[in-house]
Design a protein around this ligand. Sequence first.
Ligand SMILES: [Ca+2]
Length: 332
Amino acid sequence: MRTLILFALTIVTCAACADEPAPTDAPDAPVPVPLSWPTHHPENAHEYADSTLSRFTKLVETDDWRDPVWNAQGTLEAEHEKTGLVFVLIPEGEFLMGSPENEAGRHNDETQHRVTVGAFLLSKTVCTQAAWRLGGGGKKSYFGNDDDRPVEQVTWKECDAWSRALGLRLPSEAEWEYACRAGTPGAIYSGRWKIVGECNAPALDPIAWYGGNSGVDFDHAKGCDSSDWPEKQYPHTRAGTRRVRLKLANPWGLHDMLGNVWEWCSSLYRPYPYDSADGRESLTGSGSRVCRGGGWSSLAGGSRSAFRCSGAPVPDFRLTYLGFRPAASLPE
Ligand SMILES: [Ca+2]
């Protein structure tokens, strides 16, 4: 994997977000336990299938989950007890995976095709150092001793094992891209996608820490020398990971999908079309696993929703700009 990977992200800011859940109508049917979240959608909330809502209810009634609420983006979320990570309920749906041939920064392994994704949960942030420790993980991060920074220098096997021990899992690359896009068709989930320089795509700045801005007001003693990075959006000389949630969330409430650290996916890297049944989701299969989203040292072109990083051999691959974001399945 190149140290600098080009990607551009588009962030969508959420308009007209509800400050708090709208009043809910009193349900007529008996409710098994007191629910703290409305069973009717507040204004601007996302539409979930009734079956998804009932499976989410079943999930948050277990001891492993707490505090379900509608968030400011109109999606449901709940906290995972053992790690303190908050997960967003990602609605089921279909999307166009990949990128159009005229997208700036595009690679030829991004052929567009339609993919259907079932409802699942995905952490609002990448796994932090605090969550990694709470979940039983050992000391790993180069940019360590900061609870709110991403865990990094973690291998795919470590992330997979850590997740499954906690009832979680890694997302597939289809789930990851679907959640990253959050309904947006463009290169990134914010504004207009334009690459001005190798490390300069202005629309990334509100949503992502990438090579163009990751050293601005850098706040960790172990910064890496960024003085010779090309065509930076802002001048900086030391860079590294940044605390999570400092940039705007995507339309479903997920932070740092683009930038900060790359994120391991469950999938083996194979050509499109994506097919979850063709062996690429085998947890024991050999080959490179996909990582997504770009990191703090990425070029603008590498920070796009559709970008696939394939240069990640398993099992020993670990980098200071590679972490992960756990997912969870809904109960049947
Ligand atoms: Ca990321």
